[in-house]
Design a protein around this ligand. Structure first.
Ligand code: AMP
Length: 198
């Protein structure tokens, strides 16, 4: 089993690159943002609690997202690989993830960090807000999300760097070039599917 954290600030292209990774390698995709939006849309108690934080551009409490990831891992014991997208976002989440994976006799193999300048992030997120209508892609919330990222999430990259697992990839340029650079990291660990999904 191969476990990858696709890491980067909001708007760095994690979702776009995850789609290509799923098609090419057949990994299971675990995006806490998507899982939370699903809970919000279904108006579950968890969704109602999470929405208050999401609307404010703040992180949802650690125990909520760790619980979601725990149940997804238990429900997918046969996954040949997992892309963690938007998780872990705090060092406490990273430590909890390491423990959950250890119980399953596996680990995080590498963290690929997408590097994108802040001005470019803001531009992309405002554009996405217009196209997708995501309510947290507005100017006020974007600034707060980037601040949360710098304060609470950036230390996650340092945490995995201390374990020799950090790989940085420039997240600006064509989608294909960025994907190619991610593949160069992954080829040390996994081979693409013979018949990738299209
Ligand atoms: P995303 O789709 O990854 O940009 O996440 C959207 C929002 O969901 C974030 O701004 C947070 O409020 C919340 N969220 C997603 N993942 C996490 C996480 N791992 N920890 C805490 N909050 C999260």
């Amino acid at each position: 089993m191969f476990n990858l954290i696709l890491f980067g600030p909001p708007g760095s292209g994690k979702g776009t690159q995850s789609d290509l990774l799923i098609q090419t390698y057949g990994f299971l995709h675990l995006s806490t943002g998507e899982l939370l939006r699903d809970e919000v849309n279904r108006k579950t108690p968890l969704g109602i609690e999470a929405q208050m934080f999401m609307d404010e551009g703040q992180l949802v409490p650690d125990e909520v997202v760790i619980g979601m990831i725990d149940s997804k891992l238990n429900n997918n014991p046969a996954a040949k690989g997992i892309i963690f997208d938007g998780f872990p976002r705090t060092v406490a989440q990273a430590k909890a993830l390491d423990k959950l994976l250890e119980l399953k006799h596996t680990k995080i193999h590498t963290l690929v960090a997408l590097d994108v300048p802040e001005e470019e992030l803001k531009k992309r997120l405002l554009q996405r807000g217009k196209e997708s209508g995501r309510s947290d892609d507005n100017e006020v919330t974007i600034t707060k999300r980037i601040t949360e990222y710098k304060n609470k999430t950036q230390p996650v990259a340092d945490y995995y760097d201390q374990h020799g697992k950090l790989e940085s990839v420039m997240g600006v340029g064509s989608i294909e070039d960025i994907f190619h650079n991610i593949q160069k990291v992954l080829e040390r660990y996994v081979a693409p599917l013979k018949n990738p999904a299209s």
